[in-house]
Design a protein around this ligand. Structure first.
Ligand code: AMP
Length: 217
């Protein structure tokens, strides 16, 4: 079972590339952001607390994230592999992941660092919206990525939504948190990390990722 981490600042395309990797390699997509958003949707006491914190762009406590992650991993025992998207977010989480994998005789096989500068990331995020049904991602500020009909998915005709945390102020905090907490992971994984330039278009980035991961089985 392969364990692959996508390490990146906000808007570098972690979600999009994870989807492509999972379709091609039949891996399971583990997005801690998605797991947290599912909790928010349930409107539990925990969910309500999470919502406020996530909207400011700050990180959620490690214990909560780890608990959600463990539940997800337990539910997917026979997977070919996992793509970790948005996890680990700090050194503590990386150490906890190492411990968890070690218990089952697994390890991190690849760490792919999707590099993106602040300005490009900011421009991408402010216009981003996604389909409520199929998850397709659009950008209302980038001509080639606009939906044909405003607010409607080209693929399945469902409504598009904008994440509450996709605004400029939250973006600034998220980028600062990334620089301070997450970027040090490049050093933590220095022996296995491989860098991909994420200013390139989606397909080019995916081709580079495929050359790192090799042929699918
Ligand atoms: P994402 O969808 O990965 O951009 O995450 C959205 C928000 O969820 C982040 O800004 C954090 O508030 C929270 N979050 C996601 N993953 C983690 C994590 N591994 N540790 C702490 N907070 C997280």
């Amino acid at each position: 079972m392969k364990n692959i981490i996508l390490l990146a600042p906000p808007a570098a395309g972690k979600g999009t590339q994870s989807k492509l990797i999972c379709d091609t390699y039949k891996f399971i997509h583990i997005s801690t952001g998605d797991l947290l958003r599912e909790e928010v949707k349930k409107e539990t006491t925990l969910g309500i607390d999470l919502k406020d914190k996530m909207e400011t762009g700050k990180l959620i406590e490690d214990s909560i994230v780890i608990e959600l992650l463990k539940n997800k991993l337990d539910a997917c025992k026979n997977a070919e592999g996992f793509i970790y998207d948005g996890f680990p977010r700090n050194i503590k989480q990386a150490e906890l992941l190492d411990e968890m994998l070690k218990e089952s005789d697994y390890k991190i096989d690849e760490v792919i660092y999707l590099n993106l500068d602040y300005e490009t990331a900011k421009n991408r995020i402010v216009g981003r919206c996604s389909c409520t049904n199929c998850g397709e991602v659009y950008n209302t500020l980038i001509e080639a990525q606009k939906p044909k009909k405003e607010g409607i998915c080209d693929k399945c005709n469902s409504n598009l939504y904008k994440r509450n945390d996709d605004n400029e102020e939250t973006f600034k905090t998220r980028f600062e948190v990334y620089e301070k907490e997450t970027k040090p992971l490049i050093k933590y994984y220095e022996n296995i990390v491989k860098e991909v330039d994420s200013t390139k278009d989606t397909n080019e980035v995916f081709e580079e990722i495929k050359s790192i991961l090799g042929e699918p089985k």
